[in-house]
Design a protein around this ligand. Sequence first.
Ligand code: ADE
Ligand code: ZN
Ligand code: ZN
Length: 303
Amino acid sequence: MLKKLVAVLLVFLAVCPASFGWGHEGHQIIGTVAEDHLDETTKVMIQSLLGNSHLYSIASWADDVRRERPDTKAWHYVDIPMGGKYDASRDCALPDSCVVLKINDFLKVLTDKNAKRDQRAEALKFIVHFVGDIHQPLHAVGEAKGGNGVRVRFLGDDRCGRYECNLHGVWDTSIILHTALNRQEYGQHLEELIRSQKLDSEDGGTPEQWANESQRLARAAWVQDGANLDENYYQKEIKLVDRQMALAGLRLAKLLNDSIGKMTPRDFASARQPNVPAQISPAPPAQAVGEASSLIGMGNRRF
Ligand code: ADE
Ligand code: ZN
Ligand code: ZN
């Protein structure tokens, strides 16, 4: 019976497309790269919020809650008209908002020492996911719902798992799956890319700049309805997919290092106990990991 259940689950996982943002694989790979580039203090802060510092393990959470929280759906992308530049009032208007604004919003919550711990933990999970999404080029264009409405064949097949292939899904998932690398192998592959192409030098920027960059890349990736995406397309675009995932990981790490990684342990400790005022004893310097970790009750563990 159990075997049957496991078999059904495995088949389901194999055919179910991850149609929101990079698929689970893409988000987990980005989380893996980011984790490799976190400062020790940042890791301690993350550990205190999530219970562990493995960003990959929570990287797809925002997709998992989309159904029960429909108000969050529009937060995963920004519909910039093809060939245009991000315009907040046009592309990111309330009440729906968009991924650019949500990254900035959640960064404020994450670093707000008066916010409750649960809210800050949730803000962290959204940030980890959305920094990934904004680097998926098709998450930054409005045409045909970011290519969800563009039917394609991928490497001669018109089915991608259980569904008919579309351009967006090919970018979210199919291209990545076609590499047949597992998460750790992919992480190593991207670390080599980061070294060989000196991608650390591009780890800065703002969500708005990242969205504009993605929009520009989406123009080059775009194909007409009914296109056959062949081996040449794959060979060309896998390079871009890899570069975007590597940059997403690096930029996510820098965002966290530059925000919670720079908070004093005392400020951060208020996130640990939601309704209890922060400790008033003098706080040690922010960057001292050992001190930060003892204040947060972690000991001097390294990750
Ligand atoms: N729905 C509407 N536009 C979208 C986009 N750019 N990406 C993902 N889903 C969308
Ligand atoms: Zn998403
Ligand atoms: Zn997507």
